[in-house]
Design a protein around this ligand. Structure first.
Ligand SMILES: [Zn+2]
Length: 312
C-alpha cells in the first residue's frame, strides 16, 4: 500500500551551520525529526541538489551564480542572512528535497507531505536572499508543479513573518495565488500590508494580523478570507509555507498559537486540498525557533496529515 504521507529531509541539512547564536540552528530540523520518529510517517532522506537551471525557474542567473560562488566559504548576504562553508550545499539540498516532495505529490505517488527545508525560503526574492533564506523553496516547488502539468497553484503562508520573497516571485503570475497570514510590523516590515489583489485569480493576498492572535482569529481569516478565494482560484495543488514561529512560545513572534493549534491549521489545509485538488498538499518548513514548540507542533501537524479524509 502506498504511503499517504511522507516527510522529506535533505541529506545535507546539517551543513548549514552559522553558529549557535543565530536563531536558525540545525536543532530546528532535529526537533522536527524527533516528531517524525514518534509518528507513523515515513521519513525520506533526499540526496538531490537543485541545479542552476532549476533555480533559474525562480531566481535570476546573476543571483544564482553569486550564491554558488560562495560555496565552501563564509559569506554575509546581510547582517542576519549568513552563509557558512556548507550553507550553499545545504541550500541546494533543501531546494532539491522540496522538488522531490512536490513531484511525488503532483504525480500522485503520495497524497501529502512535508519537506524539512533548511535554510528556509519564503523571504528569498528573485534577485535577493534575505531573512535567513537563500533560495525560495516553496516558489521552486510551485514552478516544478506547473512544469508537471498543474495549471493553478495556491500557496498559503502560515509563518509569522510575511513571505515577501514568494510574493516577489509570483507578483506577475495570474496562475499562482499567494495567501499570507502574518504578524503586522515584524520583518520584513515594508511588505505584507493589506490591500493587494483580492480577485482570487492569482495575485497576492497579504493578511497582516495584530500581535496576540490565537487560533480563533486564524480560523476566522482562513474560513472567511482564504477559503472563498481558494475556491475561486480552484488550485490543482496547495503548497503551504509552514512556520512554527506563530507559536506562543516562539522568541521571534508575538502570536498566541498553541501546539495543538498547528494541527488545526494543518487540518484546514487538508480539508481544502481534499475539496479542491484530490488532496494534493505539500508543506515546506520556514521558521520556528523554540525547539520544544517546533517538535510538538510538528507532531500536531503530522497527526493532522495522517487523518484519512474522505477522498472522493
Ligand atoms: Zn518566520
Amino acid at each position: 500500500m502506498k504511503d499517504l504521507v511522507a516527510v522529506w529531509v535533505s541529506a545535507h541539512w546539517q551543513e548549514h551551520d552559522i553558529g549557535p547564536d543565530h536563531p536558525d540552528i540545525p536543532g530546528r530540523v532535529e526537533a522536527c525529526l524527533r516528531a517524525v520518529a514518534l509518528s507513523k510517517v515515513r521519513q525520506v532522506q533526499a540526496t538531490r541538489l537543485a541545479t542552476a537551471d532549476e533555480l533559474g525557474w525562480v531566481h535570476g542567473p546573476e543571483f544564482v551564480q553569486r550564491i554558488l560562488a560562495s560555496r565552501g566559504t563564509w559569506d554575509a548576504i546581510d547582517h542576519e542572512t549568513l552563509l557558512g562553508p556548507g550553507s550553499v550545499l545545504a541550500a541546494l539540498g533543501a531546494a532539491g528535497c522540496a522538488l522531490d516532495l512536490v513531484e511525488q505529490v503532483v504525480r500522485g505517488e503520495i497524497v501529502r507531505g512535508v519537506a524539512l527545508t533548511r535554510p528556509p525560503g519564503h523571504h528569498a526574492e528573485r534577485e535577493r536572499a534575505s531573512g535567513y533564506c537563500i533560495f525560495n523553496n516553496v516558489a521552486l516547488a510551485a514552478r516544478a508543479a506547473q512544469r508537471l502539468g498543474a495549471r493553478r497553484i495556491a500557496i498559503v503562508d502560515l509563518d509569522v513573518h510575511h513571505g515577501n520573497g514568494t510574493e516577489d516571485v509570483f507578483r506577475e503570475d495570474p496562475e499562482v495565488l499567494v495567501i499570507d497570514l502574518h504578524q503586522r510590523g515584524l520583518f520584513p516590515e515594508e511588505t505584507g500590508k493589506w490591500g493587494a489583489s483580492l480577485d482570487g485569480f492569482g495575485g497576492s493576498v497579504p493578511v497582516p494580523l495584530a500581535a496576540g492572535c490565537g487560533i480563533r482569529e486564524y480560523l476566522t481569516v482562513l474560513e472567511e478570507v482564504a477559503t472563498p478565494i481558494l475556491r475561486r482560484h480552484a488550485p490543482d495543488v496547495i503548497l503551504v509555507s509552514l512556520g512554527f514561529d506563530a507559536h506562543v512560545g516562539d522568541p521571534l513572534g508575538g502570536m498566541k498559537l498553541e501546539t495543538e493549534d498547528f494541527g488545526v491549521l494543518a487540518g484546514w489545509a487538508v480539508d481544502m486540498a481534499e475539496e479542491m485538488c484530490g488532496g494534493r498538499l505539500a508543506m515546506f518548513l520556514e521558521g520556528g525557533y523554540a525547539l520544544e514548540a517546533v517538535e510538538e507542533s510538528m507532531g500536531a501537524v503530522l497527526g493532522a496529515l495522517l487523518v484519512t479524509r474522505q477522498v472522493p
